[in-house]
Design a binder for this molecule. Structure first.
Ligand SMILES: Cc1ncc(COP(=O)(O)O)c(C=O)c1O
Length: 433
């Protein structure tokens, strides 16, 4: 680690530690998982680049954990947001913009027959869970280990050692009775789901699914897995909730469900749909969504929900993404970069797995194919930390965790990718020793 580069970040971190808990406003931003110390403080961003408080430039593959698919400060986005701000940022009353964005979302993801906007992915999932309970009159929730669904109580629970163990919270402060309602299962494992449904099928309100997992690194569903999840859940009388907070508009103009030929009961959105501003959404079949207030008895509200600033950003982002060639271009760039990274890793004798889906990929330092959370955990933490630090010193910015993805944006140029590959080559070569 080249400490001379990061004086200002170090100073800001010391100030931050004194006033912001842990120095960061989201734990994912801390460098705890890559050896600790000051995270890089960002001063500005443009296109594919970030500049830190010391003036160092980085090619950005964090993409703010997914939303920044258009690159930073895209001129059309800046114009749309500025225009919207000049018309007032909050009315507390409905707008045509919300109707337009809801129509766009439904057009792109037809299973979302009725939509409600909220402020974040966390809120979307939290409310989808409430809706599933209102619809079924049941309370138990199933989910998959290693998937992240935001920080509501119910989402922060995983099972102990298998489906026969009751849920154990990953966080202090989650009541035991909430944890006891959650069954956490291995992803890509139909047998484990069947076993769990044999035991709890009559009590289960819904299963939460990231259709392509982004939160243990990128992990694809095995062929037929999602079909079985839906079939078995419906047989048991429960609902299927797709958490497409990362995946929607990342791999195609629509959800991963469009690509995978799935039609969940409820879908949750966040990240890209807000064009980089705070916005989430949930939606599903009309008769289900009719259970939400003011039509139905399941309550959900929000002072800032569907505010004109976020909705204007979302509309403009979808406008840009809808242009022909967008996703083909993203995919081609990701394939080029991922293949180069893999080639470099192999050249220097590193045992790795590379999982790529569309414009996101994860390099795992392990000899074991990664198909679920157990196999993802075989990825070496120390070697990832060395890669992360080495790339940071060479002006390449990744997420500070071995369980995250490299995300491409439309702003990355071929030159950016080649620079990244050269930096990766140097670091992976240094790591041999
Ligand atoms: C799949 C998934 N669901 C939900 C969330 C929570 O979204 P937010 O951070 O907007 O609350 C995230 C955040 O990373 C996510 O990746």
């Amino acid at each position: 680690m080249n400490t001379d580069r990061y004086h200002q970040s170090e100073e800001l971190y010391q100030r931050a530690l004194d006033v912001i808990v842990g120095g960061v406003n989201s734990p994912a931003r801390s460098f705890k998982a890559v050896g600790g110390g000051a995270p890089v403080f960002i001063a500005r961003a443009q296109g594919a680049y970030l500049w830190d408080a010391d003036g160092n430039r980085y090619i950005d593959y964090l993409a703010a954990y997914g939303p920044v698919i258009l690159g930073h400060a895209h001129p059309e986005m800046t114009e749309a947001i500025t225009k919207a701000a000049s018309r007032g940022t909050l009315y507390g009353a409905p707008t045509e913009l919300e109707v337009q964005l809801a129509e766009r979302v439904r057009e792109a993801i037809p299973s979302m027959e009725r939509v409600r906007f909220v402020n974040s992915g966390t809120e979307a999932v939290m409310t989808a869970v409430r809706l599933s309970r209102a619809a079924t009159g049941r309370s138990r929730i199933m989910k998959f280990e290693g998937c992240y669904h935001g920080h509501s109580d119910i989402a922060l629970v995983k099972a102990g050692s298998g489906p026969s163990t009751l849920g154990i919270a990953d966080s202090a402060g989650v009541p035991t009775h909430v944890a006891a309602d959650v069954v956490s299962l291995p992803f890509n494992n139909v047998g484990a789901l069947k076993d769990a449904l044999d035991r709890w099928g009559s009590e289960v309100a819904a299963i939460l699914v990231e259709p392509v997992v982004g939160n243990m690194g990128i992990v694809e569903p095995k062929p037929g897995f999602l079909d079985e999840v839906t079939r078995l859940m419906h047989e048991a009388g429960g609902l299927v909730i797709y958490d497409e907070v990362i995946t929607a508009f990342r791999f195609t103009y629509g959800g991963a469900q469009n690509i995978l030929g799935q039609s969940p009961d409820i879908t949750c959105l966040g990240k890209i749909v807000g064009g980089g501003l705070a916005l989430g959404a949930y939606g599903g079949r009309r008769e289900l969504m009719d259970l939400i207030a003011p039509k139905g008895a399941a309550y959900q509200a929000g002072t800032l929900a569907g505010n004109p600033l976020s909705v204007s950003a979302g509309l403009k982002a979808l406008d840009i993404l809808r242009r022909p060639g967008t996703y083909e271009g993203l995919e081609a760039k990701a394939a080029y970069l991922a293949e180069g990274v893999l080639r470099n890793a192999r050249e220097f004798g590193h045992e790795v797995q590379l999982n790529r889906y569309g414009s996101g990929f994860t390099l795992f330092f392990t000899g074991t194919p990664v198909r679920d959370y157990t196999t993802a955990q075989t990825a070496d933490t120390g070697r990832f930390a060395r890669l992360f630090r080495g790339l940071l010193d060479r002006g390449v910015h990744l997420a500070p965790s071995r369980f995250e993805a490299w995300f491409l944006t439309i702003a990355h140029s071929r030159q950016d990718l080649d620079e990244t590959l050269e930096a990766t080559r140097q670091v992976l070569s240094d790591m041999r020793g």
